[in-house]
Design a protein around this ligand. Structure first.
Ligand code: ATP
Ligand code: MG
Length: 402
């Protein structure tokens, strides 16, 4: 009996132990399952995070690419299609052609309801497309109030689109083609100062100076207020060097006189520096006061000064030359055309200040251009007229002059 009871107890204890073990086992299983679920959750979370990171990285890359494209893309200038150019020029209609230079014809046209001048580079002059785009990019970043604005280009066809300059070239106005009114001496002094200032800007370009290479009155254009601007800046850089030289050759043979602007030291040595532009500037300054062709002009003016007949050299279309100031102007110009580069004056420290002084005399003097000692501030000796005292009265003092 006792034995049976003991046996029963042992059996019950065994069962209890088994039940406990079962319970423990279930607990353990639940714990494992919970751990597995947590692991899966963590994995999902990690996956989500990785996806989010990838997405953020992709977005950042895209943004960087867009910013990069803005900074370095090849659309920093306005690109025109050939269809737009054709429409603007009425298919290069002959009556829209306003001139032709060494690089090709120039057409007048309208783009975006704005008058423009379109220069079509001769096919042999057009540089490779990439090179052309690079150069146009550089040029469209260079801005100065006395530089003709490059509005855009059609790189596929080598077309350059410029702002339209209403009063044509300085050459045409000096020689009064189309019987236009003569430019007053004040306007001429102002134009000289404007050109020198813009040239200084080009020569100070970074990372390297920009040499114009083709300064001459045909490349100075006048807007509707007769403000002057240098045109064809960088054109020589747009074409391969061999073509640039052949264009110069072309000018030498076809346009008699253009070679007169070329620095003799450059011609001899082939070394092109900013001082070569100073030579061309000097010839142009002499033309501005004499309205004579460039051939032999330095010699003629120099001789006239020696003989005391300088006043006879001045453009007779202007009745009221301030002869003394014009003489200072001519003497500066003659220094610019010294045969040796090193004898030519410095643009920034000598030429620009002197031309500004003469311009300010013009804006502060009375209508005869005498009786004042303008200084750099532009005040007359009686201190009445300021630098901006260039009134319409004084500008239009002589009959029908501009
Ligand atoms: N932006 C412009 N606005 C108005 N007329 C222009 C413009 N650009 C050029 N022209 C006209 O077209 C003419 C020819 O210009 P182009 O530059 O082709 O020849 P160039 O100046 O005589 O010689 P180069 O080829 O050495 O520049 C100019 O003299 C001027 O009358
Ligand atoms: Mg030109």
């Amino acid at each position: 009996m006792e034995e049976a009871r003991k046996f029963e107890e042992a059996r019950l204890a065994g069962e209890a132990a088994l039940a406990m073990a079962e319970k423990e086992k279930a607990k353990c299983k639940a714990a494992i399952e919970a751990a597995e679920a947590a692991k899966r959750l963590a994995e999902m979370e990690a996956h989500r995070r990785r996806q989010a990171e990838l997405k953020a990285k992709k977005e950042a890359d895209e943004k960087n690419r867009a910013l990069d494209a803005l900074a370095h893309n090849d659309v920093r200038y306005r690109k025109y299609t050939i269809e737009e150019i054709e429409e603007a020029t009425e298919n290069f209609e002959a009556h829209n052609k306003i001139g032709e230079g060494g690089y090709g014809p120039v057409y007048k046209g309208k783009l975006d309801h704005t008058p423009v001048a379109i220069k079509v580079l001769r096919p042999d002059a057009a540089q490779g497309k990439k090179q052309f785009q690079q150069e146009v990019e550089v040029l469209s970043c260079m801005r100065h109030p006395n530089m003709v604005l490059l509005l855009g280009a059609c790189p596929e066809y080598g077309c350059l689109v410029y702002e339209y300059m209403f009063n044509g070239s300085l050459e045409d106005r000096l020689f009064r083609r189309g019987n236009t009114p003569p430019l007053s001496w004040r306007r001429r002094f102002t134009i000289a100062a404007e050109i020198a200032t813009a040239l200084l800007f080009l020569h100070q370009a970074k990372p390297e100076p920009l040499v114009h290479r083709d300064l001459k009155p045909a490349n100075i254009l006048l807007d509707r207020n007769y403000v002057s601007k240098i045109s064809d800046v960088g054109l020589a850089r747009l074409v391969p060097p061999s073509v640039a030289d052949s264009v110069t050759q072309y000018h030498m043979t076809s346009a008699a006189g253009t070679f007169c602007y070329i620095d003799p030291e450059y011609q001899q040595t082939g070394m092109l520096t900013t001082k070569s532009d100073i030579y061309s500037l000097g010839i142009m300054l002499l033309q501005i006061i004499t309205a004579k062709p460039p051939m032999g002009i330095a010699h003629h003016v120099g001789r006239a000064i020696e003989k005391g007949t300088f006043a006879d050299m001045l453009d007779p279309a202007v009745p009221n030359w301030p002869v003394e100031e014009a003489l200072s102007f001519a003497q500066l110009a003659l220094k610019c055309v010294e045969l040796r580069k090193r004898d030519r004056p410095d643009l920034g420290t000598v030429i620009v200040p002197e031309l500004n002084r003469l311009r300010d005399l013009g804006s502060s003097s009375d209508s005869h251009g005498h009786g004042c000692q303008g200084n750099s501030g532009g005040y007359s000796s009686d201190g009445n007229t300021g630098a901006n005292g260039r009134s319409s009265r004084s500008l239009l003092s002589a009959d029908s002059q501009v």
